[in-house]
Design a protein. Sequence first.
Length: 206
Amino acid sequence: MKERSFTTGKMVRLAVLVAIIIIMAVTPLGFLMVGPIAITLMMIPVAVAAIVVGPMGGAIAGATFGMTSFLRGFGISPLSTALMNQDPIFTFILLVGTRILAGLITGLIYRALCERKNKTVASMAACLAAPVLNTVFFVSTLVLLFSSNEFVTQNLGASPWAIVVTIVTVNAVIEAGVGFVVGSAISRTLVHLFPGRAAPRKAAAT
């Protein structure tokens, strides 16, 4: 019988992780401001969702993270507000679309590695991939859509290369390091407590 993609247990775990993302968003844990941009640890629960629920769980958690970031564009975050004032649709793509994609691909990475590696290795790789993917998608989309934005050029750099260097040298390193350590510790425990669809296939008896 084909396994259902969303069991009751997975839905409960996803709901808990979405709640954690929302709580983080309204506390300093979610967005640590460093100058005009924020260091975010929100990809940790997104990565955990992608691992213990699956790619769609990662996408939903990523969408939740993205929506909290998008709402900060209404006067809370200087960068998001400046981008929102220029183009709300492009801002939505930047803040929500990239996070959905990062969560989805993190889940796919975990699932693919579970076919070849053990759960610990797969979860560690996924927890490192999540913040890296978030940075790559966010920075590339920011450069593509908003490299000429006045706030961006004044605070992040006048050229695409300068924007990349500004974000990667501080934010990306911290996000990747913390996300890898904390996310790996959490997900390593959860994948053994709640084996999901992405668990490695058992070899056929001979």
